[in-house]
Ligand binder design. Structure first.
Ligand code: SF4
Length: 434
């Protein structure tokens, strides 16, 4: 089966039927780097990017002009020379052209743990996005350098909640609720951040009695928070927060949205007093693309289909699916299914295509028939990978060099690790079948 990148190239050349969400996807990512900050083509292309988003400087011409075959041999040679000195981690949503070199493939938390399991590695090259590289830095040894091959690989969802806006929200909620615990010792509100957030927000949670969650353990983490607080402020993904709280029996009227551009998030004091989970106005543009119409079409075309989606999808899509859960849950469910099963999957296209290739005994397709990868994962290209690996190798003229290091300052890292450790102490949650 053709990779997502190859599929896009073929569609844009008119040699394959189908549709990609942006013709620019056929261009190499350095076309978009070094100019204005932008998420680039793909699912996040219409999201507003902060001015402060990291930019990637120009990739040297030797990498921009190299053919795919040249880059392939250069990456293999650099990896061979570096041996155990480097470990390459690739997220499930990464393009196959990069995943083929990975030592570990997984979700963000699995990969952060994989970094810990590579004690001989001096450098951890993270083929994912910025918050994932930060988490790997938080969980790895101080002498291990975490490298993000393209600094423009951010995450539009993580960027939707910044520290200033969360501190402002916290102050307003503090004025409204006060800071005293109730008769059972529960504080007015506990901050919970999704793993898909900056290290600064994880640090905020660590400092304010809060915690981090993943899409696998969000329910256990919310239960932890409700033991300690009357309410939760959940950021940045409203959909993971809503889907998890709904599964715990919390009604939607007790889950107001917090719009950071409006006083009290756009809510009345009474609404916030009645709230159980205050949902930050953030979302993933990859998972927002899945719709009820797509599910209806899949069920008409394949009456036996099982629809399985990620909890970053909207609640209406999650409610209409047969099952939902983390990427790891999706992978495990498909792996365990009897041969001949049919799955319509609501998550990023690179993972869906890889699953379809890995499990030819099943029929597996993406719910969305428009090819639209995650814009920021897509910024990692073999050209950037070759560049950072060859810099680590060095030459006779140029000593080994760490490029694009992601290092979290101790003032943030120490409280961020506290929030992560609280998460690790909760019992792991299971994904939910509906
Ligand atoms: S898939 Fe969504 S949450 Fe994941 S990196 Fe891309 S934009 Fe961020």
């Amino acid at each position: 089966m053709a990779s997502v990148d190859t599929t896009i190239q073929l569609i844009e050349r008119g040699t394959m039927p189908g549709q990609a969400c942006a013709p620019e996807l056929a261009e190499p990512p350095w076309t978009f780097d070094g100019i204005a900050p932008t998420y680039g083509p793909g699912a996040s292309m219409f999201d507003v990017i902060p001015e402060s988003a990291p930019r990637q400087g120009e990739l040297p011409a030797t990498y921009r002009e190299a053919t795919a075959s040249e880059l392939h041999h250069r990456i293999l040679a650099a990896k061979e020379t570096l041996g155990d000195r480097v470990v390459l981690l690739a997220h499930f949503y990464q393009r196959d052209e990069v995943v083929q070199y990975a030592d570990f493939v997984g979700d963000s938390f699995q990969l952060a743990n994989a970094a810990k399991a590579s004690p001989r590695a001096e450098a951890i090259v993270f083929a994912g996005v910025h918050f994932m590289a930060e988490t790997a830095d938080l969980l790895s040894r101080p002498d291990q350098a975490v490298i993000l091959p393209n600094l423009a690989a951010g995450c539009s969802m993580a960027d939707m909640a910044d520290l200033d806006s969360v501190e402002e929200a916290w102050e307003q909620l503090g004025e409204l609720y006060g800071t005293s615990a109730d008769a059972s010792g529960r504080l007015p509100v506990i901050p919970v951040t999704y793993m898909n957030s900056s290290a600064a927000l994880k640090g905020f949670c660590g400092e304010h009695g809060g915690i981090v969650c993943t899409s696998s353990n969000a329910e256990a983490v919310l239960a932890w928070a409700f033991e300690r607080g009357q309410r939760v402020l959940f950021f940045p993904d409203q959909h993971l927060g809503r889907n998890t709280a709904k599964a715990m029996g919390i009604r939607e009227e007790h889950m107001p949205i917090w719009n950071p551009r409006r006083r009290l998030g756009g809510n009345s004091p009474e609404t916030l007093t009645d709230a159980r989970v205050i949902l930050w106005h953030g979302f993933c543009s990859v998972h927002k693309r899945f719709t009820l119409d797509q599910i209806a079409r899949a069920r008409t075309a394949h009456p036996e289909v099982r629809v399985i989606v990620h909890p970053e999808c909207t609640a209406t899509v999650v409610d209409a699916a047969d099952a939902y859960g983390s990427t790891d849950f999706i992978v495990r469910t498909i792996a365990a299914a009897p041969a001949g099963s049919t799955f319509a999957v609501g998550t990023e296209i690179n993972l869906v295509q890889r699953l379809a290739a890995e499990f030819p005994q099943h029929t597996i397709f993406c719910l969305d028939d428009v090819v639209c990868p995650c814009s920021t994962m897509y910024r990692i290209h073999p050209g950037y990978l070759a560049w950072v690996l060859e810099a680590l190798v060095g030459t006779a003229e140029r000593p080994s060099e760490v490029l694009n290091r992601i290092a979290v300052d101790d003032s943030v890292a120490i409280p961020a690790r506290i929030a992560l450790e609280r998460m690790l102490a909760t019992r792991p949650g299971e994904a939910v079948s509906v």
